[in-house]
Every structure is written in C-alpha cells, then in structure tokens.
Design a binder for this molecule. Sequence first.
Ligand code: GLY
Length: 398
Amino acid sequence: MKKIISSISILCSLLVVLLSCADSKTEMQKTIEKGLDRATIASLEMAKSLEGNKLLPKTFENGQLVTSDSKWWCSGFFPGVLWYLYENNPTDELKKYAIDYTNRVEDQKYTTDNHDIGFMIYCSFGNGLRILGTDSYNDVIVQASQSLSTRYKDHIGVIRSWDWNTDVWQYPVIIDNMMNLEMLMWASRYTGDSIYADIAKSHADKTMKEHFREDYSCFHVVDYDTITGDSRLKQTWQGYSDTSSWARGQAWALYGYSMMYRETGDDKYLNQAERIADFIIHHPNMPKDGIPYWDFNAPNIPDEKRDASAAAVMASAFIELSQQTKDNKLSELYLNTAGKQLITLTSDEYLAEPGTNGNFILKHSVGAIPRDQEIDVPLTYADYYYVEALMRYKKLEL
Ligand code: GLY
C-alpha cells in the first residue's frame, strides 16, 4: 500500500512539473507573438514616416522623433530590425523597407574614424546577407571589415575605439567594441584571409585581460599607451564611476564573449561569458524582473532609471549562452533569465502601445546619464536586440 501511495505521489509531482512547463511554454509563445506583432506594426509605421529621404530613426524626445544620418553609431539597427521582422514574416513590404533602409547605411563601409562600423554595417547588411543572400552585400561587408581593421595596431593588440578626448586618452578602447568583432570573424570566413579573425581574437584576448575586474565586472574605457601597448587608464564614460559597473557595458561584454565562443569554439570565451553571466544574474542590485538599473552601482537604487536596452542585449546573449554552456543547470538558468527579461520587456511598462513612443518598440532606455543624454527614452539598439532575442527564443522551438 505504502509503495502504491508513494508511486501515486511521484506521478502527481511529475504531472505538476509537466503542467507548469507547458504553462511557461505557452506564456513564452504568447510573449514572442505579442512582441513580434507589436514590433512589426511600429516598425512599418516608422519606415513609412521616413520614406523618400535618407534619414534613420534615433530616438523620441519631448514628443518629437529624432533622426540621424548614417554616421551615427546606431544607423544600422533600424534596418536590422526590419530584416528580423522580414525573417519572421516575409512580406514584400517589409522586404522593400529592409532593403531601402539598409542602402541608407552603405556609405559607412569606408568609415575609419571610429570603431562602430560593425554595429552599422553588420546589423544592416549582415542580416540582409544572412536572410536574402544578396551577393553585392558581401563586398560591402568586406570593405567595412577592411576599414575597421585600419584601427588595429599590432603592437597594442586591440582596435582603437575613439579618436577624441586626446588630452586624456592616447588609445581608448571601450567594452562595446567587442560587438564589432562578429563582422571580422565573418570576413575571414568569407575571404579566406585569417587577418580579420586574428585581429578579432587578439582584441578579445587583450580585452579579457585588461577590461575585467576580479568579480568579472568590467570597466567601460581602457586607455592604452601607444608606445608600450600597456594599459594606462581604466575609466568610465557612460557609467556612474570608474569603479562602477555600467549595465550596458556588462551586457556588451556578455554578448561579445558568447559571440566569440560561437565564432571560434574556444572554451576560454565560453568560460568568460559564463563568469560575466554569473556577475549579472547574482548581483544584489539586479531587480527581480530582470531589467537592470542603468548602472549596477548607481547611487540611489531603487530610485534610479532602468535601462531596457541593457536588458534586451542581455536577453539575446543569455539565449545564445543557454545553448552553448555544457552545464544543464546553467542552461536552464540562462534561458529562464532571458525569458523573464522578455516577459517584462513585453509588458505594458516597456512595450509601447501602437501609435505611441514615436513608433519605437520599447520605452525606458538610457543612453548616457552622466552626459545628460538620452535619459529614459526609446533607442534603436534596445529595439534591435529585443527583436533579435524574440527571434532567437522562437527558433529554439522548445
Ligand atoms: N556603444 C555605445 C553605447 O552603448 O552607448
């Protein structure tokens, strides 16, 4: 009798687990569907509103749409959003706009005065190539990779990020720069020339050595001596302080090393991404809903702005990392964290109602609080990584 009762209770527990799995699966499916539907409505409206000119959306402030030309570091994100939405729902209208907005960024393939070429060209042309296979896009991305490579100095071993503030910095590199390496890895595969991948790996290795603290949080800016190649300053530009952990910086780091593991299969990058993930997930100031404050050490938490863009970048990276880790428990943790972030971003608090928010998808991102720029506004990269994360989750087919 005892045995029968115990078997029944095991069966019941199993049923409860199965039912709750099915519930959370349905919740994620609904979240993804709602997020992609809203993103499509908003992005088509945005595309129509800028039809016939060469502008790109930047943000929405004081009730006004703010646009940029292709030079702004974010110019590739809106075309990238259109490509993801076209991949999800291949209509002629989305395709037409994706091609149009991608073409607006092409002149940036010659950019050599900053490091953001990967963001600009790979999010736009890279996605277009992946989804549509347009042959001419190959040449654009190779040219962009050549331009980016001019910013690498062998004796320093990293790609220079910025050319300004030269009174203070000699050779500044920001953690964000990890994101530009994906394009270089592609360029080596496509051309057969290892130079691009060699640069990317050198940059990732030296950044791993110089940008990270013992707890695997990272500095925003590391400045290198142009003669010796040694680091000489470790600072912030967009975070709260030089010793704090700027939320989006931690997100770029997480995404960057997970991406480098995908591109190289080298375990050191996977280990690095897992340690960064550990810092983010278990940080005492990480809110339960998964949307970080703009800096993990902002002085007035919980009365500080959240940053939806950092959450979106993290969510996308956590989904990828959940498929890379060799530890089943970590895989579940990463996927649950991303799921929670996506559910929060898809709630009324963050996901804009159609026809509001200047036709951006998400509300409540932060560009640079210490610079008094883009505080609690929509931003194109929040939208891009949100849509990418929705698509990544959808493709898991759980
Ligand atoms: N890459 C600039 C930023 O994250 O604000």
